[in-house]
Write a protein that binds this ligand. Structure first.
Ligand code: F6P
Length: 342
């Protein structure tokens, strides 16, 4: 049996570990062979593939990014997209497809399976950790680690100059990276998209921190927004999803803080450093297990499913669940960390 593999959407540390897990188990235990499609759904659309065998996956476990390349191409938005994908699969004699991706990539896999009978298995990935069907996505732990290290470093420079340091982290519409890295890094204020913030309250926390003779660190998620009427964000440019770009809140907030408190403030936008580089040990562990279980789903012909982490178990859930609901930060959890603010 020949299995196709592709990685779609924003890259994420651990993608190569999934590919390696799939290829190693599939080859050694089930005698399958593999075709890797280049650049997400663009690969099967354009008939671009590479050979995926054990030598091809040697040494890739600690490497960030994806050896297959990625894109946010959606075949349902392309002329004859589904027909072209079917043709490529037939030409390559691919009998099953493992799609590793986030909401968009898995949404395509779900539709290809339910509407067109293409045998797909999904593996969830995103540094944002916002897929409700799984307890954690790989990439998240690495991103939190990068952000935490940055916050640790920013404490000492903030203290030296007695400045406010605003750190803007990724996460799109969810505050998971901000919450986890802010707590781990001992931030004095954490702002998340799930709850609009009050700039005056932020300034009060900052002032109380200065009163205690410490310099404040504010972690703000890129999707966080102040209360109504306080801000018109951005220049209206869009990200590769076509969403209005959210980043910029950190810069805006630092200016507001300076204006309202008279304290000097600086902004650090961590951006894609959170997605690049080697995956953490946890992400290698999770991604590898996802790969091993995805190829088991193929062996069982359990198509239309996605692997997911529940507790410490890897389970299978319908692919449609992957995209059903965004997992956001619960207000009670956010309230819990509020004890450290100020
Ligand atoms: O979904 C992952 C993510 O890194 C988000 O945190 C961020 O908003 C977005 O992707 C950035 O997308 P791009 O790499 O297309 O700019």
């Amino acid at each position: 049996m020949r299995v196709g593999v592709l990685t779609g959407g924003g890259d994420c540390p651990g993608l190569n570990a999934v590919i390696r897990g799939i290829v190693r188990k599939g080859t050694q235990e089930y005698g399958y062979d593999f075709v890797g499609f280049r650049d997400g759904w663009r690969g099967p659309l354009e008939g671009r593939s590479v050979r995926l065998d054990i030598p091809a996956v040697r040494g890739i476990l600690p490497r960030g990014g994806t050896i297959l390349g990625s894109s946010r191409t959606n075949p349902f938005k392309e002329q004859d997209g589904v027909r072209r994908i079917k043709e490529t699969l037939a030409k390559n004699e691919v009998e099953a497809l493992v799609a590793i991706g986030g909401e968009d990539t898995l949404g395509v896999a779900a539709r290809l399976f339910t509407e067109h009978g293409i045998p797909c298995v999904g593996v969830p990935k995103t540094i944002d950790n916002d897929l409700s069907a799984t307890d954690y996505t790989f990439g998240f732990d690495t991103a939190v680690g990068v952000a935490t290290e940055a916050i640790d470093r920013l404490h000492t420079t903030a203290e030296s100059h007695m400045r406010v340091l605003v750190v803007e982290v990724m996460g799109r519409h969810a505050g998971w990276i901000a919450l986890h890295s802010g707590l781990a890094g001992g931030a004095n204020v954490i702002l998340i998209p799930e709850q609009r913030f009050d700039v005056d309250q932020v300034c009060r926390w900052i002032e109380s921190r200065f009163k205690a003779s410490y310099a404040p660190i504010v972690v703000v998620a890129e999707g966080a927004m102040p209360k109504d009427g306080e801000l018109v964000l951005k220049d209206g440019s869009t990200d590769s999803f076509g969403h209005v770009r959210l980043s910029g809140v950190g810069e805006w907030l630092a200016k507001e803080i300076e204006g309202r408190t008279g304290k000097e403030a600086r902004t650090t936008v961590l951006g894609h450093t959170q997605r690049g580089g080697t995956p953490s040990a946890f992400d290698r562990w999770l991604a590898t297990r996802f790969g091993l279980h995805a190829i088991d789903a193929v062996r069982d012909a359990d198509y239309g499913t996605m692997v997911a982490l529940r507790g410490t178990d890897i389970v299978r859930v319908p692919l449609s669940e992957a995209t059903a609901k965004l997992k956001t930060v619960d207000p009670a959890l956010y309230a819990e960390v509020g004890v450290f603010f100020g």
